[in-house]
Ligand binder design. Structure first.
Ligand code: URA
Length: 187
């Protein structure tokens, strides 16, 4: 349908064999640049069709605090950096003005690295294809705390459909790291 153009491409769930090979390769990389390198000019899922940039992530590779959003918006897609649009500017004000730390001291990434069309939620096949890279980023950075930004990121990372209004403020865990769900700055 015209208003759901991505459906024309069908599901792009990763082939289990290819996924295993990728996961194996990701365990061998030595730094974030190595992770980015394995993403390459990615066409693993259907989000590749509409993106301008792969929005990998930004910040301190040794950050104690890592923020994870859902996926790039239009401005992020244009600029290749997460959380630089209107919501991102608010996030930066929260980090710098509220938390009194520099945006450069934290690490900011998204679950999917390419912009979903019309800012729809990422679909499960897209998350399956992309999540190994988030795992590898976390394994490299080893943050002490992850903050999930918004309903989608919180529910997806914690595999828990509890409404964000109830999840918010309650610790969960992702890859063995304490994870705090909170509202998305766009909200
Ligand atoms: N919203 C997100 O979830 N991520 C971004 O990078 C920008 C907006």
């Amino acid at each position: 349908p015209k208003n759901r153009p991505w459906e024309a491409y069908g599901s792009t769930a990763p082939d289990p064999g290819a996924l295993r090979v990728l996961q194996e390769e990701l365990t061998k990389v030595e730094d974030l640049a190595g992770v980015r390198n394995l993403i390459g000019d990615c066409t693993r899922c259907k989000l590749a069709k509409g993106r301008k940039s792969i929005v990998f992530g930004v910040g301190n590779p040794n950050a104690d605090l890592m923020f994870v959003g859902e996926g790039p918006g239009a401005e992020e897609d244009r600029r290749g950096e997460p959380f630089v649009g209107k919501a991102g500017q608010l996030l930066t004000r929260i980090i710098e003005g509220g938390m009194k730390i520099s945006r450069d001291d934290v690490y900011i990434a998204n679950i999917v690295k390419c912009r979903p069309p019309n800012n729809r939620d990422p679909e499960s096949d897209e998350v399956e294809s992309c999540e190994p890279f988030l795992h590898a980023q976390i394994d490299q950075i080893k943050p002490k705390i992850i903050v999930a930004l918004g309903r989608y990121a919180s529910q997806t990372l914690l595999k828990d459909r509890t409404p964000i209004t109830r999840m918010r403020g309650r610790w969960g865990e992702y890859r063995g790291i304490p994870l705090m769900p909170t509202y998305h700055p766009a909200y």
